[in-house]
Design a protein around this ligand. Structure first.
Ligand SMILES: Cc1cc2nc3c(=O)[nH]c(=O)nc-3n(C[C@H](O)[C@H](O)[C@H](O)COP(=O)(O)OP(=O)(O)OC[C@H]3O[C@@H](n4cnc5c(N)ncnc54)[C@H](O)[C@@H]3O)c2cc1C
Length: 421
């Protein structure tokens, strides 16, 4: 197998919607930078409300993490409900609990063909010391009416086919989808509502003039917009001052096996359940297109250059499912996530009529979609509250050294993971 290979998603996607590069001069109520789930989620809500919208992406719909991820649609934020209530208020908790609902409702509303299933998500644990935390998590979500349940070691083995977990919980609000087809479907929905969506359209400059925004793309197109939404997450560049420095763009790696045998499929993650675990540097797994077993996790901080860069994922796969040792691997790929120091996403309004959302810490399929929708609703009617408050843009100290520090941090977290019981 040569490298790089396409992701399993690129290899199995429907044809992409037509999103030609933008050219010439345009005017819109809102310009959206980034055609991932955040940008497209916002664009759909805005176009539904009658706003004229232009979405611009350097690549195209789903070019970033939105088209490369594990397709696990998981509700929630880092904190459990009681802590969320305390730190961010009841509305933030309510929002966090409903993010997966937002995704599945959009899929239904726009008939998005993206292999969506709602088989639940299991958060397993390899550490008995983490079980009390999971029990609290389950009790608190149950108190909010969520369909969640603790699993003991035998229960989790039955549902996943691996004996590594000592317990865990299942969240039946969650599910899986084909992320690139989901991104394409969101783009088609936005187009069907009259929005313009343009790939190959990197926004090179952004200036405020006479109470409007002027965006100029790398190929010279000019867009005059009343409001700008930035949803560039792990692909954030130097377009807006200091924004890039607020997040650490980390690579998330994935591998997918050749199709599993019927016999393997009956044991390994039957019932299209998705799973990850409670370690600081966790693995996530699911069955993907063609009945392939997929595993993902945190890779190196730089982009992978060769297959050897994926060796940790291969070892992780064998540790969970030794019986796949002889199963060839068909796909290896990666994408960029945006990490924040407190694992919470960021909303910024550094200038009038500008909304920025990023920093989903590798959990943005549901969160980014719901955040985009909430931003769209708020722009249409500023009385509609956002789920989190705006924060000042504060770059992380010594950001440019992040690959070194972050790699050290990852190894430190791995060590702590390995020392915990
Ligand atoms: C390998 C991997 C696995 C993951 N697995 C999961 C998972 O299973 N579940 C989950 O919830 N989350 C997962 N995530 C995280 C999730 O994919 C992201 O949080 C989410 O997709 C972020 O969406 P977004 O729209 O904010 O950003 P992105 O989808 O990253 O999109 C940003 C876009 O901005 C564009 N852009 C940047 N700068 C410019 C510019 N100047 N002009 C124009 N366009 C620009 C880029 O081209 C890009 O398309 C995973 C991520 C990766 C990489």
């Amino acid at each position: 197998m040569s490298h790089p290979v396409a992701s399993i998603w690129a290899a199995t996607a429907h044809p992409a919607p037509e999103t030609p590069p933008i050219a010439g001069a345009h005017t819109a109520d809102v310009a959206v930078i980034g055609a991932g789930v955040t940008g497209l989620g916002a664009a759909i809500k805005l176009a539904e409300g009658g706003a004229s919208v232009i979405v611009l992406d350097s690549g195209g719909p789903g070019f970033g993490a939105s088209g490369r991820n594990g397709g696990q649609v998981i509700p929630g934020l880092k904190h459990d409900p009681d802590e969320l209530d305390k730190l961010y208020g009841a509305a933030a908790t309510e929002f966090a609990g409903k993010t997966a609902d937002v995704v599945f409702a959009l899929i239904e509303k726009y008939g998005i063909d993206c292999a969506a299933t709602r088989g639940g998500w299991i958060q397993g644990t390899l550490k008995t010391s983490h079980l009390p935390m999971l029990e609290r998590r389950v009790a608190q979500w149950k108190a909010h009416g969520a369909d969640v349940e603790m699993l003991d070691a035998a229960g989790i083995r039955r549902l996943t086919g691996t004996g590594r977990y000592v317990g865990g919980w299942i969240d039946r609000r969650a599910g899986t989808l084909h992320p690139l087809n989901y991104s394409y479907g969101l783009a088609r929905a936005a187009l069907s509502l009259g929005a313009q969506v343009h790939g190959g359209s990197e926004v090179a400059s952004l200036k405020r003039s006479n109470g409007r925004w002027l965006l100029v793309t790398a190929n010279g197109a000019r867009i005059d917009a009343g409001h700008v939404v930035i949803g560039t997450n792990g692909y954030t560049g130097r377009l807006w001052p200091k924004l890039k420095g607020t997040v650490i763009p980390a690579s998330s790696f994935q591998i997918a096996t050749a199709p599993l045998s019927e016999e393997q499929l009956q044991r390994i993650l039957p019932g299209s359940v998705a799973i990850s675990d409670t370690r600081r540097i966790a693995n996530y797994m699911r069955i993907g297109p063609g009945n392939r077993l997929m595993l993902g996790g945190r890779g190196t901080f730089s982009e992978p250059k060769e297959l050897a860069d994926y060796r940790r994922m291969v070892a992780d796969l064998k540790a969970f499912f030794p019986e796949t040792a002889g199963t060839p691997l068909d796909y290896y790929w990666s994408g960029r996530v945006a990490m924040t120091w407190d694992h919470m996403p960021r909303l910024h309004r550094p200038a009038p009529d500008m909304t920025i959302a990023l920093g989903y810490n590798g959990r943005g399929v549901a969160l980014g979609t719901a955040m985009g929708q909430a931003i769209g609703a708020h722009i249409l009617d500023p009385q509609t509250p956002l789920p989190l408050t705006f924060r000042t843009i504060r770059p992380l100290p010594v950001h440019d050294l992040h690959p070194i520090y972050a790699s050290m941090a990852i190894e430190y977290y791995r060590l702590r993971d390995s020392l915990e019981k």
